[in-house]
Design a binder for this molecule. Structure first.
Ligand code: SF4
Length: 395
């Protein structure tokens, strides 16, 4: 155990490289979603962060990324431009960001790619042009149809954001010039919306990709009366069935990853599977942080004490909160380590394992849900594969 209240199992202390860097180019937001993990939970360190990342910090970041890519001989590196609301940096700032990082990788073989995760409201033609120039994509956060989205995704006056977001999605898909830069949606799972309705809403928008995220609850915040254990597992299972039967080309990251893991794949991502490539967060002041959703646990939960100024990224790989997301067995409690689903589930998402009483030394608060969903996908795949086998025998 260490001061993060994380179990530590040295046998698994062999990190995978960090291949995704989440860069907080803005530490503030133009809207005020009621559930936001940045501002509405235990951690309030955003108050001490500069509102925007400075040009000097962007230059240091570019140097550290190139240094790390070379040290780890990375084939690919994904830079996710994040916030707060990243588009607060403006078209000029975004262009400087992309250009500076691109230049640092000029003489490297690492393929660098950019993604932006935004609430969409500040999209302009100038921003779209910059995004097109660097072949990036903008993913948009939205929680489904207007009557559901506008409950929690509201602006600072409490007004729903749906209409403004959808107008921006239209701009991203149909820019004045050039190709679409729309990357897809990120949405928070809501079992109050029938899974079929939500799937049809997104599929009807010709969405290329989507992920349905579990709400950022842990043991001290989960609403057990509203959503008894199993509610999310059953809802996701319904969604999986609707998706699989639809023949849609819509990519759903969590389902695709779970199918791969059920079929014996080894690498998941931060929320699923026992092995994943690493994620590191850089805040606007140039300090390194662990996964930002850990801000739901306690004040200062993501702090590493290291920064772009003083520390190469490779030194972060072995920090407990970073290692806990790559070789996850290094930081799992006994129940998860002995669970038959461990290589598929990986103990779920680290922030969901937290409680004041036990720190991160627990199974996921979504354990029942994860079991229901994984077993459902297993059964569904084995039925599908058996029917293919049966049909082949008759050809
Ligand atoms: S969270 Fe539950 S299902 Fe997942 S590995 Fe731990 S015990 Fe198993």
């Amino acid at each position: 155990m260490n001061h993060y209240n994380l179990p530590f199992n040295e046998k698994f202390a062999d990190p995978l490289p960090i291949t995704s860097i989440v860069v907080k180019v803005a530490s503030r937001c133009n809207i005020q979603c009621t559930y936001c993990y940045m501002y509405e939970h235990a951690d309030q360190t955003w108050r001490d962060q500069p509102p925007l990342m400075s040009e000097v910090t962007i230059q240091r970041l570019a140097f550290r990324l190139a240094e790390y890519a070379e040290a780890r001989n990375l084939k690919r590196l994904l830079v996710i431009v994040h916030g707060g609301e990243p588009l607060l940096i403006g078209a000029k700032g975004l262009s400087y960001f992309f250009e500076t990082i691109h230049k640092a990788f000029n003489s490297q073989s690492t393929e660098i790619s950019f993604g932006i995760q935004s609430n969409g409201i500040l999209v302009t033609n100038e921003i779209i042009k910059v995004v097109q120039s660097y072949n990036a994509r903008i993913g948009i956060s939205i929680d489904g149809p207007k009557q559901w989205n506008d409950i929690a995704r509201v602006d600072k006056k409490g007004l729903g954001t749906f209409d403004r977001v959808m107008a921006s999605v239209d701009k991203l898909r149909n820019p004045d010039q050039g190709d679409s830069v729309f990357g897809g949606f990120l949405t928070v799972a809501n079992p109050q919306i029938p899974a079929k309705d939500l799937f049809e809403f997104f599929d009807g928008l010709n969405t290329p990709a989507i992920d349905f995220l579990l709400p950022d609850y842990h043991f001290d915040t989960y609403p057990f009366d509203k959503f008894p254990p199993g509610t999310f597992g059953n809802w996701y299972s319904d969604l999986f069935d609707v998706w699989l039967s639809s023949g849609s080309t819509l990519r759903i990251r969590s389902f695709q990853t779970l199918m791969k893991l059920v079929l014996g794949g080894k690498i998941g991502y931060d929320a699923l599977g026992s092995m994943a490539h690493g994620v590191l967060v850089v805040e606007t002041d140039g300090t390194y942080h662990a996964l930002d959703v850990l801000k739901t646990a306690y004040h200062g939960a993501t702090q590493t004490g290291k920064s772009l100024t003083n520390d190469p990224i490779i030194d972060l790989e072995m920090l407990p909160l970073v290692l806990a997301l790559t070789n996850k067995k290094s930081a799992l409690n006994e129940k998860c380590l002995n669970c038959e689903l461990i290589d598929i589930c990986g103990g779920g998402y680290l922030p969901h394992r937290y409680s004041k009483m036990h720190g991160f030394d627990s199974k996921s608060v979504y354990c029942t849900d994860l079991q229901i969903l994984i077993n459902h996908i297993r059964e569904r795949l084995s039925t599908e594969l058996a029917s293919i086998h049966f049909a082949k025998e008759r050809i």
